[in-house]
Design a binder for this molecule. Structure first.
Ligand code: HEM
Length: 393
């Protein structure tokens, strides 16, 4: 029997931001799709349903002309299906190849990380958000894109302004202004380096775009670089902090990964399963359909809550617990299907093989501060917004 999506309206948006997991559990137990009033969106939270959706891009499209992402960033391949999407993916692929990551990005990113840790190692305490994770994610993305060097805060501000703009359903004028300003800054930064990338092919994303066959148009370059700035900075930053937090809260797991470095990749996967940096992304229903007993009308915008699916107890035992020794099972932190994250492997390498091991290696007796607990926020994007720590200087 099918019925319309039930509704949850007795929660606030703040509850969703503070701790979405009890709400996700309630939605999951209720139905395959539930309209959550404070989010103004129908949410899908079960692991198997999201996998089903991602296998059927004809019924569940990424293309949404009315989406704010398109309005703020321009027409991007992330919000296209089929051939148009594939052409965009192909154009950026050279920068994300395994060989390029290993030979080019790994030494560059290790150098950035080394420098950042050098700058704090003698102080004995820091908030790892601003001291390490945010600058690391920003400076490495800056290099990958092929921008001229700029303060890490500039790219971080652009990224946040675009994200806020893409979620500005209330049409707040100040948020809109900042997003437009960020867009103009990014267009100028692209302009400043594009001729250089045209003249000298290199592993950067901008170079891949201009040397693609056919090359991306300037409008496509601008839009897709904005998507990469909006979607390639917060996530590695949050993954660094979440992985660090998980290990600092679980000393036995920290000791086992330090004793057996081959466990770093388990630890990374567990961190992004436990608190997925992207908690939700949208799809549009192209024709009336039945999703596990709930009828979804044509044109409905739905939110795929991968952050909820990654804690679905029908798939993961004790899903709320951080446990790097759980049996290896695929998760949805990087999405699934055609739009599976382009930055998966570079993030695995940067966060799990460079930053986290170097942090625990270099800062001896790294521990959380009892007087300043970490703060975790968000549901569309989720991660620690502050992680104060101390170590032996
Ligand atoms: C831990 C880090 C990361 C996580 C958890 C993550 C997660 C995701 C997710 C869930 C999607 C699917 C979105 C959708 O289908 O609407 C996605 C797409 C994407 N990600 Fe990531 N991401 C991470 C890092 C990065 C980085 C570092 C970059 C670039 C340098 C990047 C570039 C992209 C791009 C270009 C797409 C669009 C792919 C497409 O539409 O084909 N990501 N990411």
């Amino acid at each position: 029997m099918t019925s319309a999506a039930p509704v949850i309206s007795d929660i606030t948006y703040h509850e969703l931001l503070d701790d979405p997991y009890p709400i996700f559990r309630r939605v999951r137990d209720m139905a395959s799709a539930v309209f959550v009033a404070p989010a103004n969106l129908t949410l899908v939270t079960r692991f198997d349903d999201i996998v089903r959706i991602e296998r059927d891009p004809v019924t569940y499209s990424s293309d949404n002309p009315a989406s704010l992402v398109n309005k703020v960033m321009g027409p991007t391949f992330m919000r296209k299906d089929g051939a148009e999407h594939a052409a965009g993916r192909k154009a950026i692929e050279p920068s994300f190849r395994a060989g390029t990551i290993k030979e080019h990005w790994t030494p560059r990113f290790a150098e950035i990380c080394e420098r950042l840790i050098d700058s704090i190692s003698e102080s004995g305490e820091a908030d790892l958000f601003t001291a390490l994770a945010a600058p690391m994610a920003s400076l490495s993305l800056m290099e990958m894109i092929g921008f001229k060097e700029m303060p890490w805060q500039t790219l971080a501000l652009w990224s946040q302004s675009l994200i806020d703009g893409a979620g500005n359903y209330a049409r707040n004028a100040e948020i809109e202004r900042k997003a437009i300003e960020a867009g103009a800054g990014i267009d100028a930064a692209i302009e400043a380096v594009l001729d250089e990338h045209r003249a000298h092919a290199n592993p950067s994303i901008l170079s891949s775009m201009v040397h693609a066959d056919p090359p991306m148009s300037i409008e496509e370059i601008r839009a897709n670089i904005k998507v990469i700035i909006g979607g390639g900075l917060n996530e590695p930053r949050d993954a660094i902090l979440t992985l660090t937090l998980g290990l600092l809260q679980n000393a036995a797991q920290r000791d086992s990964v330090l004793a057996k470095p081959e466990l770093w990749s388990n630890a990374f996967e567990e961190a992004v399963r436990w608190i997925s940096p992207i908690g939700m992304y949208p799809r549009r229903v192209t024709r009336e359909t039945d999703l596990s007993g709930v009828v979804l009308p044509e044109g409905l915008q739905i939110g795929l809550c991968v952050g909820a699916a990654n804690r679905d107890d029908r798939r993961f035992n004790d899903p709320d617990i951080f446990d790097i020794s759980r049996p290896r099972q695929s998760h949805l932190a990087f999405g699934a299907g055609a739009h599976f994250c382009a930055g998966t492997w570079v993030s695995r390498q940067t966060v799990g093989k460079i930053v986290a091991p170097m942090l625990f290696e270099r800062l001896r007796n790294l521990h959380l501060r009892e007087d300043a607990p970490p703060l975790i926020r968000g549901w569309v994007f989720r991660g620690p917004v502050s992680l104060p720590v101390r170590w032996n200087a």
